[in-house]
Structures are given as structure tokens and as C-alpha cells.
Design a protein around this ligand. Structure first.
Ligand SMILES: O=P(O)(O)OC[C@H]1O[C@H](O[C@H]2O[C@H](CO)[C@@H](O)[C@H](O)[C@H]2O)[C@H](O)[C@@H](O)[C@@H]1O
Length: 248
């Protein structure tokens, strides 16, 4: 499938635009990635948004000096093309504070576990301690259950997150598509992880294209192998998907 600049683009960040690495702060957008996004934004009349589990501030830091419309924290916060920021009402501070304390104690007790504090959302990374996956899943599920519906667990690649309930990337895509310059364009979404499946469904329901990056079950009808291929495709190159790609 060749890129069409009349589309509206919704692009995930980690694992899609940038390679996955051991620590969230070590992720980097390549120079080719910055050039491709800059050209796409100009060619597509600014209908290019990033949809990420990171905060808007963290996305801005990674893309600097580019500043695009962003859905951050899996859709919990959203900055439209007009610069206006919409935020979900934060879950009760005492719930987040308790979760922060318990997850922080777990991270302090085990090498290889990292607690990423995103304010109204918390991510527990276990890329460096994969044997801890069942314990982290159980703890985040218990904390979500004890929040009486205020917090939800968002699983991802070597990470479990707690975030305010009722928001996801699909709803963020739907909200962007109500606004200029996205409204009226065919939506296209690229993503690599479970959180991107909500966005895939949103674009497919609207006659758009969903592109899964890498291996794994998906509702997307297209695939690209990795961030380098995503960037080449966004830059207008033809890219093939090799059959032997493994899950990261
Ligand atoms: O929706 P995304 O933009 O893909 O964000 C999802 C999460 O990405 C980050 O974690 C992932 O990338 C890290 C850096 O490569 C990696 O170490 C980790 O294992 C991955 O899960 C980010 O740190 C999270 O806050 C995002 O929610």
C-alpha cells in the first residue's frame, strides 16, 4: 500500500516511530524519522497526530523541535491541532498515591523493575526482570480492583500500567476526527502494541487503514516490520514485511 497525503495519520511512538530500548528515557527518534515526520506534516496539511502511552510533555521532548497534535497517556490527555489540551479528570489523588507507594516498594525490592511515574498514570516496567511478570500483573490488577472502577490496567510490551478508566486511544482518534485538519480525511493508524488495537478499531470502523508494526495478533489489515520500515514508508518508500519477525 502506498502512502496518500490526503489521509489523516495517527501514529504510535514507542515500537512504531522509535525502537524499543531498555529504559524509557533512552528512546530516540532518528534523524530520518524527524525528516519523514516533518515532510509528512507539511504534505498532509498537518493532519498528523501522535498517539502514545507517554505524556504529551514526554512526546514533545522526543520529537523536538517538532510539536504535533498528541494523545498522551493512552488518550487520557489530548492536544488538538489548535493547541488546546483536554485532560481526563484525574483519579482521586489518594488512589494514585497508594498505588505509587505499593508499586514503588516492589520496584525498590527487585533489580530490573522500573516504576515510571507519569503523574495521573503509573507504568511498571519489567523488561529487566521478566520472571516478575505474574507478580506485577497481579498487583496492578488488585490496585485497579480496589479503586472501584477509577483506575484500569493497561498491559503493554514488558509493562503494566495503571491509568484513569474510560479513556483509550480509540476515543482519542475519534475526537481528533471531529476536528480540523483531521475531519473528512480517511484515517490511518500505525501501532505495535495492545493499546493501539483500540485505535485500529476506530479507524477501521471509519473505513480507514490499520497497520500493525511487528509480530502479534491484531485487527489491523496491514503490517510493517519495525520503526525503520515505518519511517521509510512514511517517507514514501515501498517496504516489504519479512515473515520471520519476532515479538519484542
Ligand atoms: O503508546 P506508546 O507510545 O507505544 O507508549 C507505550 C509505552 O512506551 C514506553 O514503554 C515502552 O518503551 C520503553 C522504551 O523503549 C521500553 O523500555 C518499555 O519496555 C516499553 O513498554 C513508555 O515508557 C510508557 O510510558 C508507554 O506507555
Amino acid at each position: 500500500m502506498r502512502i496518500d497525503e490526503r489521509w489523516a495519520f495517527f501514529i504510535d511512538l514507542d515500537g512504531t516511530l522509535v525502537e524499543l530500548v531498555g529504559h524509557p528515557e533512552h528512546a530516540e527518534l532518528t534523524a530520518a524519522g524527524r525528516r519523514a515526520l516533518t515532510a509528512l506534516e507539511a504534505g498532509a496539511d498537518s493532519a498528523v497526530a501522535v498517539i502514545s502511552g507517554r505524556s504529551i510533555a514526554s512526546v514533545d521532548r522526543l520529537l523536538e523541535p517538532l510539536q504535533l497534535p498528541v494523545a498522551g497517556l493512552h488518550g487520557t490527555e489530548r492536544r488538538g491541532a489548535d493547541g488546546q489540551v483536554h485532560r481526563a479528570p484525574p483519579a482521586a489523588e489518594e488512589l494514585i498515591a497508594r498505588a505509587r507507594l505499593e508499586l514503588g516498594q516492589l520496584a525498590a525490592a527487585h533489580r530490573g523493575i522500573l516504576l515510571e511515574d507519569k503523574g495521573s498514570a503509573l507504568a511498571v516496567h519489567y523488561r529487566g526482570a521478566q520472571e516478575m511478570e505474574p507478580e506485577i500483573r497481579a498487583l496492578t490488577e488488585r490496585l485497579a480492583a480496589e479503586s472501584a472502577g477509577a483506575l484500569e490496567v493497561q498491559p503493554g510490551k514488558r509493562v503494566y500500567e495503571l491509568r484513569p478508566a474510560g479513556f483509550d486511544k480509540g476515543r482519542a482518534v475519534a475526537a481528533f476526527l471531529e476536528e480540523a485538519p483531521f475531519a473528512g480525511r480517511r484515517p490511518v493508524c500505525l501501532g505495535d502494541d495492545l493499546t493501539d488495537e483500540d485505535a485500529f478499531r476506530a479507524v477501521l470502523e471509519r473505513g480507514g487503514h490499520a497497520i500493525k508494526v511487528g509480530a502479534g495478533l491484531t485487527t489491523a489489515q496491514w503490517r510493517l516490520p519495525d520503526p525503520a520500515a515505518v519511517i521509510a514508508w512514511l517517507a514514501g518508500e515501498r517496504v516489504a514485511y519479512p515473515a520471520d519477525k519476532e515479538e519484542t
